[in-house]
Design a binder for this molecule. Structure first.
Ligand code: SAH
Ligand code: SF4
Ligand code: F3S
Length: 470
């Protein structure tokens, strides 16, 4: 089979408001057909999947959770670590089997892996039955590609994009909480990270259209928005705006709860801290990735801060934002990380007593500077470091959860618990997961809950009363 060349379309000039009303442009050509969508990776991808669902449903597709019944299978992929790629390739094996039995089923690869030309070439060579590969920058072209490519294999991946597409429509998974993209891409080029290559340069959305989106969500009854960006607090640099101003404007919409992820310590300003502490509807929760507690490693990672600077910022947040909870990301086994470097990371965890942390073993990503660095630490040692780190991290998250025991906290109830049918679940303002005994008519409300048990990763509680604000 002929493999199409990887056409790199360089669309550099800024085009805004490019989004076309799909309903007008495309009829419901796929009415009666079903789609299966699998999402890997971060919140960006989860939110992009809500856009994919909307594109497909506008064309007439209906969602199915039974892969065997699907006429189109979309994999929204992640590339952050090797195991993310492994999960996708594992799943593709299953698709191969399906395609043998149903040759008409369409297989679409979207997401960050699509933006890695070498990986895609390798995958396309191995899995020649893939129908469409679409990049993160041109997701909005999916309907067009689907219609046009029904009898051919298509790869449509922009390698770079300066575009900021406004007015994207989403089929949101929840009617209570919503993701709101405020910016795209990342320019930081941490030496280990693939994201700047798969998501392009930092581009901010217009402040007015973000505010309008939040107001619309509020009018529809949404209780919480999470402002999304790989570096959410770098918002506005390219358009003469600032994250602190945006946050303040979002707070003034009076939507009940506002969150934001992910913040880069280097971009965090005093103004941002002031705004967070000033408005009650900005939640006292900050995800602030540390990555390493060694200045030597931070430098090699190109993180742009020292451990001292990180701790200064951390302290300021704790002092100025009442009751703030701070979580982090940490990588162990970065090339050249010595036992002393690792111990410095443990020391930082002890000093900061994080409310929680996502921890990872360094995974080399082809094409990034770190992948070329010498790395003499055996995997077994890296695994031991991860284990040790996790023990410490869990100790502190347990400690912080225990502080809430017998206290009454405000929880936004999201749904029935999947694990325990008699319980509901929701999150505190500080982003702690609580399983709550209570009637299901409190779903979608912010209620008072008394904490009865604290575990490492969640809390148990009992419904006390509905908040007056509701
Ligand atoms: N933009 C965010 C993080 C996005 S990726 C930030 O800079 O803080 C989420 C996390 O994945 C990172 O914080 C990092 O801890 C981890 N990560 C990224 N690349 C990795 C790699 N090559 N190996 C292991 N972990 C990685
Ligand atoms: Fe990756 Fe660094 Fe950008 Fe975060 S800031 S997405 S870790 S390059
Ligand atoms: Fe993965 Fe892309 Fe997110 S690499 S973590 S899906 S930005």
């Amino acid at each position: 089979m002929h493999l199409p060349d990887l056409e790199i379309a360089k669309k550099r000039e800024k085009k805004e408001n490019k989004y076309i009303e799909l309903k007008e442009k495309y009829p419901k050509v796929f009415t009666g057909k079903k789609y299966f969508l699998r999402t890997y990776g971060c919140q960006m991808n989860v939110h992009d999947s809500e856009a994919i669902s909307n594109y497909l449903e506008v064309l007439g597709f209906k969602k199915t959770d039974e892969i065997e019944q699907a006429d189109i299978i979309v994999l929204n992929t992640c590339a952050i670590r090797e195991n993310a790629k492994d999960k996708v390739t594992g799943f593709l094996g299953k698709c191969h089997y399906l395609k043998k039995n149903h040759p008409n089923v369409k297989i679409v690869i979207a997401g960050c892996m699509s933006e890695q030309p070498d990986v895609i070439k390798e995958i396309m060579n191995k899995h020649k039955y893939i129908d469409i590969v679409i990049g993160t920058h041109n997701l909005h072209e999916l309907p067009k590609l689907l219609i046009e490519s029904f009898d051919k294999q298509t790869i449509e991946v922009y390698s770079e994009s300066d575009e900021v597409i406004e007015g994207i429509k989403y089929k949101r998974d929840s009617k209570i909480t919503a993701w709101v993209n405020i910016m795209y891409g990342c320019d930081k080029f941490c030496t280990y990270c693939i994201v700047p290559y798969t998501r392009g340069r930092e581009r901010s959305r217009k402040l007015e259209s973000i505010i309008k989106e939040v107001e619309d969500l509020k009018n529809k009854g949404y209780k919480e928005v999470t402002l999304l960006g790989q570096n959410v607090n770098a918002y506005g640099k390219d358009i003469g705006e600032s994250f602190s101003h945006l946050l303040e404007c979002v707070a003034k919409t009076n939507i009940e709860r506002i969150r934001f992820v992910t913040s880069h310590p280097w971009n965090f300003t005093d103004e941002m801290i002031d705004v967070i502490s000033k408005y009650k509807n900005i939640m006292p929760y900050i995800h602030l990735p540390l990555q390493s507690g060694s200045n030597n490693i931070l430098k090699r990672m190109n993180r742009r801060y020292t451990k001292e600077e990180y701790f200064e910022l951390f302290k300021k947040m704790k002092e100025k934002i009442p009751n703030v909870s701070i979580t982090t990301d940490i990588i162990v086994g970065f090339p050249g990380e010595s036992e002393d470097d690792f111990n410095e990371t443990l020391d930082m965890v002890k000093k900061c007593e994080f409310d929680g942390a996502y921890t990872f073993i360094y995974s080399p990503r082809e094409g990034t500077p770190a992948a070329k660095m010498e790395d003499n630490t055996p995997m077994k040692v890296k695994e031991e470091r991860l284990y040790k780190l996790n023990e410490l991290v869990n100790y502190y998250s347990n400690l912080s959860n225990n502080k809430l025991l017998n206290k009454v906290v405000e929880v936004l109830i999201l749904d029935k618990s999947e694990k325990d049918k008699d319980k509901l679940y929701g999150y505190t303002d500080t982003m702690k997961l609580v399983n709550v005994k209570g009637d299901k008519n409190i779903i979608g409300k912010i209620v008072k809950v008394k904490i009865t048990e604290a575990k490492s990763f969640s809390l148990d509680g009992e419904y006390v009363k509905e908040e007056i604000a509701n």
